[in-house]
Write a protein that binds this ligand. Structure first.
Ligand SMILES: [Fe+2]
Ligand SMILES: [Fe+2]
Length: 254
């Protein structure tokens, strides 16, 4: 068996109801994307196999990033190609722990951010210029670049309700691979070292996307830096919330 994260049918109905009020093609595409991925991950056999959905996701991922026309973006896409970014899971066992999960998660965070932005700007119009869509695309789609090349397929064990143990195919994490630089900060360093031109706001949003989950409790400097980053740009909070919305709801499983 494979550890899989899926949206239940009930979630999909809720999602459809949520989106049915919005007739924009981009939003219809979000729902179609989620439905396709749910169908894909429902099959445990398919979960470790590349599917057409992966190439569809990849096209969409690359299209959105290239549409930002940001200096260095083509190089970033070339570098990602050399890693397992497009086939890696989003986590070892928490959310979208299946092949292509990291790519799907990155798109989910982007979709969540665009939905949140639309609603936030309706209410607080002064935030619109502070949440540029190209920055949202870059910060969300690339926030977990650090997860490239750290997951390895592994046979794991889990305890069943009966008390018996069973083996299943999943992932383990190998932090020795590449440069062990941390999480959000590792993504920023990777992107800059590949030559991507990032704004300060984008760097802050990627660096602090884990919010307090990534804080060493004994470090007041980290806590103060996180608070200062949130005050500096609303992009930090938007990316944090979108990461949580995607992993906690879009990718929710019982
Ligand atoms: Fe992350
Ligand atoms: Fe994430």
């Amino acid at each position: 068996m494979v550890a899989i994260t899926v949206l239940t049918l009930k979630d999909m109905v809720v999602s459809r109801n949520l989106f049915s009020r919005h007739k924009k093609s981009s939003e219809r595409r979000v729902v179609a994307n989620l439905v396709q991925y749910e169908n894909r991950c429902r099959s445990e056999i398919l979960a470790l196999q590349p599917t057409n959905n992966e190439s569809m996701n990849r096209n969409r991922f690359e299209e959105i990033l290239l549409s930002t026309h940001r200096n260095g973006m083509e190089k970033v896409l070339n570098e990602l190609e050399k890693t397992d970014f497009y086939s890696a899971p989003a986590s070892s066992r928490f959310h979208l722990a299946c092949e292509g999960g990291l790519l799907q998660h990155s798109l989910n965070v982007y979709d969540a951010a665009m939905i949140l932005r639309e609603q936030v700007v309706l209410r607080e119009q002064n935030l619109e210029p502070l949440l540029p869509t190209d920055s949202i695309a870059i910060a969300t789609l690339l926030h977990d670049t650090c997860k490239s090349d750290i997951y390895k397929k592994a046979t794991l064990s889990r305890r069943l309700a009966s008390g018996l143990w069973e083996k299943y195919s999943g992932y383990s994490v190998d932090y020795d691979e590449g440069l062990p630089l941390g999480h959000g900060e590792k993504s920023v360093i990777m992107l800059l070292s590949w030559g991507l031109e990032l704004t300060q706001e984008e760097m802050l949003a990627i660096r602090w996307h884990m919010s307090a989950w990534d804080l060493p409790l004994q470090s007041p400097e980290h806590k103060e830096s996180l608070n200062a980053a949130k005050k500096k740009t609303p992009l930090v909070s938007l990316v944090q919330l979108s990461d949580g919305l995607a992993s906690g709801l879009f990718e929710w499983k019982r």
